[in-house]
Design a binder for this molecule. Structure first.
Ligand code: NAP
Length: 310
């Protein structure tokens, strides 16, 4: 059992911001990074909306930001452990127990920033063709679709942002949206509508993804008319929202009906000494900037709580 003052679960913007603040408060935090250092932003292309970092000549990418935050956290003394948390015991603490596959930590206080993961369509062929045409990350897989035709599912900011990115590689990007109105913000809508490589199939869903070893076709259905049809594509990119990575917290922290951890305005969970920040507790904003703010708030609150106890 490794004894620690502060354990941070997750290494996205919320986790690394909490690490910077708790490290600078001399609390010597350990960050259990999870499978992907940086979380979702490590799979993001250009980040244009984070205040202060905008540079039209060289827009920073998600991985650039992760690297800057990691360096900053380690510079001030945070220790990163590249392991995924499998189990926690918050009910019998403090001290709280946090387990990974290889190690067990005991912590006086914990900040949970385990983030969220992309939702699946749950249609036939989706799981079968992951990595063979089906993808949840344009930045990761766009390169494999040079000169090809792809479908994008969703009408939110992610779907449009990724579609615009995919036009760097693909000949044609067809956005399949279940309504006739996009959810995405006006700036992205304007850019997508102006892009000659992007087309739209409105009021429609994909019922099945088909192929022969790799994706070749999707079965489309118009929700208004019921008309069904086929579309020949080499890839299907799915951006229909996220779910919180909170399975390991069931029975340990209070959650809403969708599995988001419930926090108050001070990022406190229902367990004193356990805080949550970022997309594990935020289904609303999901911005790098808001996750950073929540991580900072959780760290400051934790520091005050530990100081008051001592
Ligand atoms: P989102 O805003 O929840 O949009 C999900 C989209 O997928 C919606 O258009 C939704 O349709 C559609 N959808 C959901 N379930 C579906 C299903 N089963 N089948 C077909 N379509 C389905 O998710 P997001 O785009 O990932 O964005 C999440 C948050 O991150 C938002 O707050 C967004 O503003 C933010 N974000 C911001 C940026 C940026 O600022 N640059 C970039 C990416 C994300 P309906 O519209 O009909 O519900």
């Amino acid at each position: 059992m490794q004894k620690e003052r502060v354990v941070i679960i997750g290494s996205g913007p919320a986790g690394l911001s909490a690490a910077i603040y708790t490290a600078r408060a001399l609390l010597n935090p350990v960050v259990l990074t999870g499978v992907q250092l940086g979380g979702q932003i490590s799979l993001t292309s250009e980040v244009e909306n984070y205040p202060g970092l905008f540079n039209p000549e060289a827009t920073p990418t998600g991985p650039d930001m992760v690297e800057l935050m990691r360096r900053q956290a380690e510079h001030f003394g945070a220790r990163l452990v590249y392991e995924e948390v499998t189990e926690v015991d918050f009910r019998h603490g403090p001290p709280f127990t946090v387990k990974t596959h290889g190690q067990t930590f005991s912590a006086d206080a914990v900040i949970v920033t385990a983030g969220a993961s992309p939702k699946h369509l749950e249609v036939p062929g989706e799981t079968e063709y992951v990595g063979r045409g089906v993808s949840y990350c344009g930045t990761c897989d766009g390169f494999f679709f040079r000169g090809k035709d792809v479908a994008v599912v969703g009408g939110g900011d992610s779907a449009l942002e990724e579609s615009i990115f995919l036009t760097k590689f693909a000949d044609k990007v067809t956005i399949v949206h279940r309504r006739d109105e996009l959810r995405a913000g006006p700036t992205l809508q304007k850019r997508a509508f102006a892009n000659e490589k992007i087309g739209f199939v409105w009021d429609s869903v994909i019922d099945a993804i088909e192929g022969n070893g790799v994706v070749q076709n999707v079965k489309l259905r118009n929700l208004k008319t019921g008309a069904a049809g086929d579309m020949t594509v080499d890839g299907v990119f799915i951006f229909i929202g996220h779910y919180p990575n909170s399975k390991f917290l069931v029975d340990e922290l209070a959650m809403d009906e969708h599995g988001y951890v419930i926090t108050d305005e001070f990022m406190r969970t229902n367990v004193a000494g356990v805080y949550a920040a970022g997309e594990i507790q935020d289904p609303h904003y999901r911005q790098i900037a808001t996750s950073v703010g929540q991580g900072v708030a959780a760290a400051m609150q934790l520091e005050r709580w530990l100081a008051a106890k001592e």
